[in-house]
Design a protein around this ligand. Structure first.
Ligand code: P61
Length: 455
């Protein structure tokens, strides 16, 4: 089916010359984060805050209440979260990492704690570590293999959870953290069956479960499509059941809620809510705005309802699949199955002549920009950072380039251009050279690191 919307506003884009792009990537230190968006032709850096809002969202923004306290927009925001996800209490934040800071960093994690999670995410890991904790990856092994076709590669391995309890002691585990549609694994979903088993495990061990729901709507779509017993349910019903297995969540609304800015913590426990709300006042803004303006809240409230619509999700994930299948048919190595928000190139396979110490994914992202003006994102050794104790680079099994599709922004002819560019790059892949780091900040280095060609 075609997209369930038509386009009313457009934003012109332009392709610089090849010489121009060569200069721009050099000036950017070969890091696509450092490029100016005006120098990018098709921007697949991220799906975070880059979606196109609907007429309903823009109209709702005009009705926003910008009062400091007791604002209607805040009430509408909370009502939308309660209706769509079922959480009783909501703390407003400006985006996901602020929610992580408050809930993980300032409330739940103590020095020496271990937090099990189905694969790391950069900001989540940062806030757990900054509080003195350690993130322990408990995702199933299949998730680390780009070619493995497991339908729910985001699942938690219950055996790994049990082992952690035996090794660390149950008291050292403040909560179980489960990400929906796991970003670093390639946008891979968690099954309902797995969520139920995590809940049982948590209840037996007296633990709470916190979800990262920034892409839970896309996860719900995969459950509808792949899990027995869910094909007749709506994604909205599935999402409510998913969230019922958790005690709370953090949300970056910039993803599934299709807004430019916004986030929240959802909770069911009034005492935990009270703590987080007070911290929110200290760190992000008073309780009725939490780092957002009223218009941002209105956009989120409307976006939460649009983001869970079955037809929209089918078209959104269908577009990601369209790009993935074009690449796969041409033999380009990508992560399988094709994920919810992005297609991930397997840079280790794509550039098998470049050792991981020369950052093949970063080199591939830089070359793709020079070749075609398409901006993508490194998700490999640069993103994984360094071991805190030894200072050595961490070399994850997955060395990927993420082609992230913003929601409702590009058409399939943009996808065709991207696919053709990558297929042509694949043919001359042996010409691509590795990179070495010449500057990196201490934490979350991928955002600002600079490189130059190795040797
Ligand atoms: C992204 F390169 N994601 O995927 P905030 N949890 C999860 C996320 O995907 C996420 C956040 C929490 C981004 C933006 C971004 O290493 C990076 O609203 C599963 O961005 O604070 C964000 O939500 C944090 C890009 C973040 C990165 C960190 O593009």
């Amino acid at each position: 089916m075609p997209e369930p919307y038509r386009i009313k506003v457009v934003e012109p884009i332009q392709l610089l010359t090849r010489k121009g792009r060569e200069n721009k990537i050099r000036e950017a230190g070969y890091n696509t984060f450092n490029l100016k968006s005006a120098d990018v032709y098709i921007d697949l850096l991220t799906d975070s805050g880059t979606g196109a809002m609907s007429t309903l969202q823009w109209a709702a923004m005009m009705l926003a209440d910008e009062a400091y306290s007791g604002r209607e927009s805040c009430l509408r925001f909370k009502k939308a979260v309660q209706e769509v996800m079922g959480y009783n209490y909501v703390v407003l934040t400006n985006q996901g990492r602020a929610a992580e800071h408050i809930l993980y960093g300032k409330t739940l994690v103590r020095p020496g704690d271990y937090v099990p999670r189905n694969m790391y995410f950069t900001t989540s890991k940062f806030h757990i570590e900054a509080a003195g904790g350690t993130l322990v990856d408990v995702i199933i092994d299949e998730a680390h293999d780009p070619q493995n076709n497991h339908p729910f590669k985001g699942n938690v391995d219950l055996k790994k959870l049990h082992d952690l309890v035996d090794r660390a002691g149950v008291d050292k585990i403040p909560f179980i953290n489960v990400e929906m549609n796991v970003n670093m694994a390639g946008g891979q979903p968690v099954s309902m069956e797995n969520l139920r088993r995590i809940r049982e495990f948590a209840d037996k061990n007296g633990k709470i479960v916190i979800f990262d729901v920034c892409r839970a709507m896309e996860n719900a779509f995969f459950i509808k499509e792949r899990e027995l017993g869910y094909s007749e349910k709506s994604c909205a019903q599935i999402l409510l059941e998913m969230c019922s297995y958790s005690d709370g969540c953090i949300m970056s609304a910039k993803k599934d809620a299709i807004v430019n800015m916004g986030g929240f913590i959802g909770l069911n426990d009034p005492a935990l809510f009270e703590k987080c709300e007070n911290l929110g006042i200290e760190y992000v803004g008073s309780k009725d705005y939490g780092g957002m303006s009223g218009r941002d809240m209105e956009a989120v409230a409307a976006g939460l309802r649009e983001g869970i619509d079955d037809k929209y999700l089918a078209s959104r994930i269908g577009q990601v699949r369209y790009l993935g299948e074009s690449l796969s048919k041409a033999g380009v190595p990508i992560v399988k199955p094709i994920g919810g928000h992005a297609v991930y190139l397997d840079a280790k396979k794509f550039l098998s002549h470049i050792p991981q110490s020369q950052f093949p994914a970063e080199a591939l992202a830089a070359t793709l920009y020079v070749d075609s003006g398409v901006r993508s994102m490194e998700r490999g050794a640069v993103s994984a950072g360094r071991n805190k104790q030894t200072g050595e680079n961490i070399y994850p099994k997955l060395e990927l380039v993420r082609l992230t599709i913003p929601r409702r922004v590009y058409t399939n002819s943009h996808m065709d251009y991207v696919a053709e560019s990558i297929i042509s790059l694949y043919k001359h892949r042996d010409d691509v050279k590795g990179l070495k780091i010449i500057y990196e900040p201490k934490d979350l280095r991928f955002f600002k690191a600079r490189f130059e060609p190795a040797e």
